[in-house]
Each structure stands twice: as C-alpha cells, then as structure tokens.
Design a binder for this molecule. Structure first.
Ligand SMILES: Cc1ncc(COP(=O)(O)O)c(C=O)c1O
Length: 365
C-alpha cells in the first residue's frame, strides 16, 4: 500500500495500473474539458474538441514509436481478440496461407481464429514445455508464399517475450503487442502490422491500436462486415462509427505523459531495472522459482511459483492483505504472476520483494 495516496500496488495483467498523474489530470477535467463545458464522455466524436484529441493522440503515438508515414494508425474496438479475426480476414490476400508461431494461449487463439479463413501452419511452438520459452526461427522456416507471419511479442500468461524480431524476409510480420507496447523501442518498419489492446500500458479497456503498413490495406473480400475492413477505418480516420472516445482521450493523455518524461527509453530502463530486481530475487531464493527460460523472460509479466499450490494460495491472500493485489497467475495455469507494466512504480516492485522475503522466512520448511 502506498501510504501517501492510499492506493494499493496492483499487479493485474490487465486492465492494470495507469500513471497516477494522468488519472489526477483526467479527474480535474472530468466534468469540464478545457473549459468547453462538457466532459469528454459527453462530447460528440465529430466535435472539433474531440477531433483534436484524436489527432493529437495519433501524432504523439507516431512520435513515441517513430511510426513512418507509410503506416496508418487506427483506433478500433473489439480488443486484441477481434484482431485475431481481422488480421486473417484482411491479410490473407493471395495464397491464403499464413504461418503462426505459437507461444501461449493468446497466440493459440489467434491461430485457431485464423484457421477459419485460410491455410494456417504452426511453424514453431513452445507448448512442449508449457510455453516456457520463445522458439528461435529463421527465414527458411516460413512458407515462401505465406501472406503473413503472426507472432505474439509478449506472452502475458506465461511471462515470455521475444528477445529478437524474427526475420521473415519479404513476408509481412504481424505482431500482437498487447502486453508490451510502449515498454521498449521497436523498429516499426520490421512489421507489416502491430496491434495492441490498450488496457495494459496505454489506457482503460476499450480501444485497440492497429499500426498497419499502407500497402497491406485494401485486400479484404467485399462480403466481410464493413467494420472488419481496415480500409474503412483508414479512409475515415478511425471515425467510421463512434469510436471509444473516452479511452482514446486517456490514451492520448498517457502518450503526452510519456513524451513529457523523455519517451520510451527512460521507461524501458526503469522496466529493465524493475524486472531485473524481481527475477534476481526469485533466482536467488530457495522458495520461489521462475519457470521461464532466462533468454525469454518478459519485462512486463513475471511468473513464479513455490511448487506447492496451497502455499501459492496463501501467498496470494497474504499479499493482498498487505496491499499487493492481483498476484494470482492466470486461471489456466495458477501460481503467481506480477504484471509490472510501465505505470507500476519501482516502489511497488520493492514492496513485493520485501513481502516475498518475509513470506519466505515465515514459511521456510
Ligand atoms: C497478448 C494478448 N493478446 C490478446 C489478448 C486479448 O485481448 P482482449 O481481451 O483485449 O481481447 C490479451 C489479453 O490479455 C493478451 O494479453
């Protein structure tokens, strides 16, 4: 618990903590945005105020991620989940083949959804070790005529992350970056399409960011639902229908906040320090174990176990009582998971490590 503001340290995998400063600023203008007499929640999405909010959010995201002009930035709805379908519906344009690397539950779901639309090949998978690592792949592993390759850059449930960007040659690379966007500098030009739900590093749930290279737009079959065609959103500046206005506004405030504080590099430095401390503590401890191979560990989601399911439950309950909440692993795998996204302060990780030390002493066999 943070004594200054009465807030707990929330280790939820998403929705998750947002920068306090941003939420306080949002609260200040919640009922009257910049003197216009209305809340952003009440505003027409066609109003000049809201159009300015969206344009600024896009401009700032472009600056933060260094997104080239030949990429469109779209603010959509439907979460990462809808992208599992929109990607194949729009990108299976020639051979109708796509290659997927399966590194966890979300990657598996993405591949399963794509199978409804084309010839999908799982070219690599780490399921043999319960997704404890990121497989190494190279250009020769992909089908030459594949329309795209899909990866899940950070695996929220299993706590793994790509330490490299797979070389797919001329085949467009599509990445689900829902749980790591804005945590590290990435070269957008290496990707054909990047998507991310907002509810981890960006904003409350409700908006999904899609960054797509222009030459991949315009190939969707005519008979798909209008909303599912990227071209429709690109041509309408994400205003084809009513967008998730308030979430886009908060996302824009988060982008401004990050820019004001020096952009992604200082955040990444802090993320490396936070995760580094936690992994080091786990690796040196007798009680806790991280099942993830060292070169595949995520900076955002730190997974660990005691090896005793009852003790794990006790840990989660006692941590909660100490103001360290949402430390349970995903319901599919159990154990513990500390999601330490950009907005988790270093003090939160320190408080967790102190709690883990105390719990270990009290529960030594
Ligand atoms: C990596 C990843 N992809 C996709 C999803 C699904 O996202 P949504 O719930 O926004 O549809 C999640 C959810 O946590 C995720 O972590």
């Amino acid at each position: 618990m943070n004594k200054d503001n009465g807030r707990v340290f929330n280790f939820s995998a998403g929705p998750s903590m947002l920068p306090l400063e941003v939420m306080e600023d949002v609260a200040k203008e919640l009922t009257n945005y910049m003197g216009c007499g209305q809340s952003v929640m009440e505003m027409s999405h066609r109003s000049k105020e809201f159009v300015a909010i969206t344009e600024e959010a896009e401009k700032n995201l472009r600056e933060l991620m260094n997104i080239p002009d030949n990429y469109k930035v779209l603010f959509l709805q439907g979460g990462g989940t809808l992208q599992f379908s929109m990607v194949p519906m729009n990108l299976l344009k020639k051979s109708k083949k796509a290659d997927y690397i399966v590194t966890g539950t979300w990657a598996k779901k993405a591949a399963a959804e794509a199978k409804k639309f084309g010839d999908i090949k799982i070219v690599a998978s780490s399921e043999d070790t319960t997704f404890s690592y990121i497989p190494k792949v190279n250009k020769e592993d992909f089908r030459e005529d594949a329309d795209y390759v899909h990866i899940t850059f950070n695996n929220t449930i299993y706590g793994t992350h790509y330490g490299y960007i797979p070389d797919t040659g001329d085949i467009p690379l599509v990445a689900d970056m829902s749980s790591c966007i804005l945590s590290e500098e990435i070269d957008v030009t290496k990707f054909g399409l990047i998507y991310a739900g907002a509810q981890k590093n960006i904003a409350p749930a409700g908006v999904t960011i899609v960054i797509i290279k222009e030459d991949l737009i315009g190939f969707a079959p005519v008979d798909i639902p209008t909303y599912l065609d990227y071209k429709v959103h690109a041509e309408n500046d994400s205003m084809y229908n009513t967008p998730p206005c308030f979430t886009i506004y908060v996302a824009g405030e988060v982008f401004k906040h990050i820019l004001k504080n020096g952009g992604i590099p200082p955040l990444n430095k802090l993320d490396i320090e936070k995760a580094g401390k936690l992994y080091q503590f786990i690796d040196n401890s007798k009680l806790y174990k991280c099942p993830v191979q060292e070169d595949s560990r995520s900076l955002m989601n730190v997974v660990f176990v005691t090896g005793d399911a009852e003790l794990d439950k006790k840990f989660i309950a006692e941590a909660k009582a100490a103001g360290l909440v949402n430390l349970g692993g995903h319901r599919s795998i159990g154990g513990m998971r500390a999601s330490i996204y950009n907005a988790m302060p270093a003090e939160g990780v320190d408080a967790l490590i102190n709690f883990m030390k105390k719990f270990e002493e009290e529960n030594a066999k």
